[in-house]
Ligand binder design. Sequence first.
Ligand SMILES: *[C@@H]1O[C@H](CO)[C@@H](O)[C@H](O)[C@H]1NC(C)=O
Length: 186
Amino acid sequence: MAAPTPPRILLILALLLAASFPSNTRAAAAAPLSTSPFDAALAALQSRVGYAFRAPSLLRRAMTHASYSRENGRALAVLGLAAAESAAALRALAADLDAAPSAVSRAVSEAASSAACARAGARLGIPHVVRVAGRTSASEPTVVCGALRALVGAIAVDANSTDAAGEVFWRLHALTAAASAATAAV
Ligand SMILES: *[C@@H]1O[C@H](CO)[C@@H](O)[C@H](O)[C@H]1NC(C)=O
C-alpha cells in the first residue's frame, strides 16, 4: 500500500485546528482575527456614530491626521464642512422660510463652527481614535474638529449622498448641544 501520509497529516491538522477554535466562529465572523486596536476603535466609533461604512477604508482615512500619513482626512473634511453647512442652512430655512439672511448665516456658522465641531468630536471620543504623529496632540480642537468633518465627508462619499452625511452631522450636533445644555442647567 502506498503511504497515505500527507493527506492523513492534513486531515489530523484540520481536526486539530477545528478543535482548537471551538467557540470562536461567531467572534471571527464579527471581527477578523487580524483586528488591530485601531480597527477595533473604528468599529466602536461606527456604532457610536450610528453609521456602518460600506468601505471602512474611508473611515480609516478620515481618522488619520495629516501628521500621520499622506493618506489623511483633509480633503474629506472639506466635503464634511460643506455637508454640515448645507444641513444647517436647510434646517434654518425649513424652520422659518422668512428668516433673515443674516440669521440663516449665523445659524450655519454656529452649527458648523470649529468650536461646535470640536465639542461634537470630543463627545464622540475622536481623541481616542484619530491617528496623529510627532508633536501633534490627538485632543487638540483643530485635530478633533478636522477628524469629525472628515468623518462626515467620508459618510458622504461612502453613501454617495451629502444628505446622508448632513443627517449624521445634524444628529451628532444636536446630541452635543443637548448634552451641553444639560450640563449648563445642572
Ligand atoms: C452617486 O449619485 C449620483 C447622483 O445621485 C449618481 O448619478 C451616481 O451614479 C452615484 N454613484 C454611484 C457610484 O452610485
